[in-house]
Design a protein around this ligand. Sequence first.
Ligand code: AQP
Length: 343
Amino acid sequence: MTDTTPAYTGPERVFSGIQPTGSLHLGNYLGALKKFVDLQDTHDCVFCVVDLHAITMPVEKGVLADQTRQIAAAFMACGIDPAKSVMYAQSSVPAHVELAWIFNCVARMGWVERMTQFKDKAGKDSERASVGLFTYPVLQAADILAYKATHVPVGEDQKQHLELSRDIADRFNREYDVPGFFPLPEPLIKGPGARIMSLKDGTKKMSKSDPSDLSRINLVDDSDTIARKIRKATTDAGVIPETAEELKGRPEVENLVGIFAALTGRGVESILGEFAGQGFGAFKPALADVTVAHLAPITARYRDILADPAEIDRTLARGAQQANAIAAPIMDDVRRVVGFWRP
Ligand code: AQP
């Protein structure tokens, strides 16, 4: 049977966020930040440093505010322009928390229990994980829908959470009989860079929390460090193959070729055409050059922006006002729809 429920017809809006939980890496950049920058010229965009998400795991005392400034600086260094996009810290806009509570009462336990990120992050001792870590994806749905965002640029690892956001939006619309009230947000995942893997293990995603710094390229790494990490990246005894098909089953090689493609905008086949039949002696230095050329200007801008924390604070404060101005009327409507008492 086809669903005849009226769809959301409001304006398109992009929303995404990054946690202030440590230094950003090439995976965050290619999977998320680079897409944010590409979208800001064509869409109404809201980008958030999700500090409420960051406290779902233990955070070292006293570092949260500075880490928030660092992510805001990285956003701008990568090309987010606060004159074009709204950029702010999540905890400075109360709508996130209020809508998350309402969504906690819309989402079903079974839905949230299926989330694999909780299982990965909580590990074996899930009884000791915070309740916040469990309801993390519900807060994520609130982040998106407090702005009625229609499109969400994220890496592949966030696909399941985005599906949950759609389920929550759909259930809210049905439960409160307000068809089309919330959009069903579309993940924007496709494209090179959607899943960048660890340089040490091609089956694990590149991650801030990997204990080995050699597993990732940080956006603040200098050129020597980048070259050394790529030189030490795990490969296999084979040579560079001729076709993308032959990369299957060789996750480390596939990852390095994928990074080359994502950074240069070239197709995988064209890169293979250049290096096919060779070992990694020529490929790795070429990849290091491409990576350094791409990241060096970002790193330089990042350091300049970070040198003026007061300006970052002013930018985040302006962004919070803009974000509040979008979310406040939406939250007024949500309270009315839920049926809370109002004077
Ligand atoms: N390896 C990756 N490849 C592509 N995209 C990635 N993202 C993260 N890792 C990769 C995308 O980056 C955005 C922000 O991520 P986040 O900081 O909010 O949370 P995360 O996914 O938990 O990032 P990390 O680095 O893996 O942190 P830890 O180690 O703390 O868990 C998201 O869009 C994500 O998809």
